[in-house]
Write a protein that binds this ligand. Structure first.
Ligand code: 6R9
Length: 648
């Protein structure tokens, strides 16, 4: 059977070392079969958390809305902090912070508990109550994690906005969530420079339309020491306000189905969606997957390099590991600051045992060469993880060899903002690995690959990745828009959640996710909606129309390629392309900056006026152009083909 498969990589199996398997958290090869009784399985896993009230039902399914652990009451911060204070974990390092400029802080579980309680009391003193929203716009510093847990402690939903987003993107997210409080810093460090976060907040707030009580206060944490403009009656310095806050703050008992946080993510339309996660199912899901997939042991030092502004930062930097009582590393800066060995220096210094990072980072390290990891002692590593986009087998092999010393299993984890938890990944003590495959669905998770009619495809074939059965950390809804939730995720295939991804199922039943099939571009593991970038471009006064596609990029996975037509009578001038790129950065953030902008008099459209992105993608990738039969005007295409090189 196996010989039928195409590449060498698909046939090559890597078995985790015996030494690793014999000590693994999960050694039972029948664990996936046990997971087939989903209700029984997740009932059992629910018991890993501390509950104020037990649940009555594991899940109720009112398609497409699910309720998990109905009747149960718990608190996420309590599960990440209080329950670890009883025994030896009290004085264990919960968080090791590595600042970009070399400063370092270690907080034990007791320290973290105290700081979270104080922050929670500060929020309470600002009238933040259960159900309110709080926007967090911060760099990777301990106070960011503290702020998240403080919200969770009092039952407010946090909305973390990535610190690299622009004032305008921040505005949209505060507006949609109607946050009562914004927490930010004076600024953030990036490669020795500073980025003015507070100034972005100041720019965002005046144009927000408030429905009720939105943004009454801004809490400012001092980080860079740069000058900021504090507005009397609205802005508060954290270090001053916290002085009087009590160190006792009871954790609010939350219904399992109550909202824990909102996280905005890009989709196929211009407006980012507020993905809502709830306390109970989410916490069970991330806690279980974190322990099993990362093979977490009491003495591990676990480092997830993702920014807290993304779902990976929420689930596998904060809630998963802290609920499991792990020691986490939090690094503020860039991988090449001050030198290209910074990650390996952090691994050496802290004896990091588990490293979870993204393929784009691995490809960057590959490009820099193995001398950097070689120059440090990284022998403490015992398990490696990958997330965010498909990992190409070459990058997998490099990671395996040069970072893992051929002794560390690699867990390639497939999941999404909406799934909340890892859905497909090896369980490292029992799963043989194939470079480039996320292997199999996690126990208790049901995933299928289907054809356009929604029927499962046979082994060896490709199709659309769908999830038919509810899972505990699934999104509850899109914030304030149940209809959008149902339409976006549950309407393409009847009876199933559509992931937006395409995948192949090989003869061994291993899954190979190949990428998005919707209008989402994955740049360095960050989701960018083509409609968002197009919206930013057409916002420029000279632009008539814009169409964006993803083009393969050696390091970033994909890069944004934009086709732009200018308004009638406008001709291009020197510097216009850069001006357009800067405009996108101002509207969204530098992560959305197009690598290429191609100016064209017209864009290829169907007779009904739809831009044919498929053809633009062929052009951007420099490959043969596909079926053009529905194209209204073939001359446009010829123009594009002929002028592409000239503009490059
Ligand atoms: C966790 C996260 C989700 C999209 C997802 C898919 C891609 C993530 C992947 C992967 C192949 C993996 N993706 N992990 N593709 N293999 N291991 O990244 O969430 O930012 O919402 O992105 O990322 O295309 O649909 P999110």
């Amino acid at each position: 059977m196996k010989e039928k498969l195409g590449s060498v990589e698909e046939r090559e199996l890597f078995f985790p070392p015996k030494e690793f398997c014999s000590k693994a958290v999960i050694q039972n090869p029948e664990i996936h079969e046990l997971g087939q009784d989903r209700e029984g399985f997740w009932n059992e896993q629910g018991k890993r958390l501390n509950w104020f009230e037990p649940w009555d039902t594991v899940f109720e399914w009112d398609y497409p809305f699910a309720k998990w652990y109905g009747g149960g009451k718990l608190n996420a911060a309590y599960n990440c902090l209080d329950r670890h204070l009883e025994g030896a974990r009290r004085n264990k390092a919960a968080l090791i912070f590595e600042g970009e400029s070399g400063d370092r802080r270690v907080l034990t579980y007791q320290d973290l508990y105290r700081e979270v309680s104080q922050f929670a009391n500060l929020l309470k003193s600002l009238d933040v109550e259960k159900g309110d929203r709080v926007t967090i716009y911060m760099p990777m510093i301990p106070e960011t994690v503290i702020a998240m847990l403080a919200c969770a402690r009092i039952g407010a939903a946090h909305c973390v906005v990535f610190g690299g987003f622009s004032a305008e993107a921040l505005k949209d997210r505060i507006q949609d969530s109607q946050s009562k409080v914004v927490i930010t810093t004076d600024g953030s460090y990036r490669r020795g420079n500073t980025i003015p976060l507070k100034a972005n907040v100041d720019q965002a707030l005046p144009s927000i339309t408030c429905i009720n009580n939105c943004v009454e206060s801004v809490i400012v944490v001092k980080r860079t020491g740069q000058t900021v403009n504090m507005i009397e009656g609205r802005d508060i310095w954290y270090h001053e306000a916290i002085k009087n806050a009590s160190i006792h703050c009871p954790a609010e008992p939350m219904e399992a189905d109550d909202m824990l946080f909102i996280l905005y993510t890009s989709g196929t339309t211009g407006k980012p969606k507020g993905v809502v996660h709830r306390v109970g199912g989410y916490m069970v899901g991330v806690s279980t997957t974190h322990e099993w997939i990362f093979d977490l042991k009491e003495e591990d030092v676990y480092w997830c390099t993702a920014d807290v502004g993304w779902i990976t930062g929420h689930s596998y930097l904060v809630y998963g590991p802290l609920s499991n009582g792990a020691t986490i590393v939090l690094y503020e800066g860039a991988p090449d600051y001050p030198e290209k060995d910074r990650y390996w220096e952090i691994v050496e210094k802290n004896r990091v045992t588990i490293l979870y990072t993204a393929p784009t980072a691995i490809r960057t390290f590959m490009k820099w060469g193995e001398s950097y990891p070689l120059s440090k002692d990284i022998s403490s590593l015992r398990l490696l993880g990958s997330v965010g986009e498909p990992i190409n087998p070459e990058a997998w092999m490099w990671y395996y060899k040069h970072i893992g010393g051929e002794r560390c299993p690699i867990v390639d984890t497939w999941w999404q903002t909406e799934t909340g938890m890892i859905m497909m990944a090896p369980v490292p003590g029992i799963t043989a690995l194939k470079p480039g495959s996320c292997t199999k669905p996690f126990p208790g998770v049901h995933i299928e690959i289907v054809n356009p009619m929604g029927d499962p495809v046979p082994k060896g074939e490709s199709g659309y990745l769908v999830i038919r059965e509810p899972w505990p950390a699934m999104l509850k809804t899109v914030y304030g828009d149940d209809k959008r939730y149902a339409d976006t995720y549950w309407s393409q295939f009847s009876g199933a959640y559509f992931t937006g991804d395409e995948a192949k199922w090989d003869d061994d039943g291993y899954f190979w996710v190949t990428g998005r099939v919707d209008d989402v571009i994955n740049v360095s593991g960050h989701r960018i909606g083509t409609a968002e970038v197009e919206g930013a471009l057409t916002d420029h006064p000279l632009v008539a129309e814009a169409a964006c596609v993803g083009r393969t990029h050696e390091v970033k996975g994909q890069a944004v390629f934009a086709f732009v037509s200018l308004k009638e009578g406008i001709s291009a001038y020197e510097g216009l392309i850069n001006e357009l790129k800067t405009h996108v950065v101002q509207k969204i953030g530098s992560l959305a900056r197009p690598d290429d902008i191609f100016l064209s008099t017209e864009l290829p459209k169907t007779r009904s006026g739809k831009i044919m992105r498929r053809l633009l993608k062929d052009i951007a990738e420099g490959r043969e152009i596909g079926d053009t039969s529905t194209l209204a005007d073939a001359a446009v295409l010829n123009f594009l083909k002929e002028n592409m090189d000239a503009q490059k």
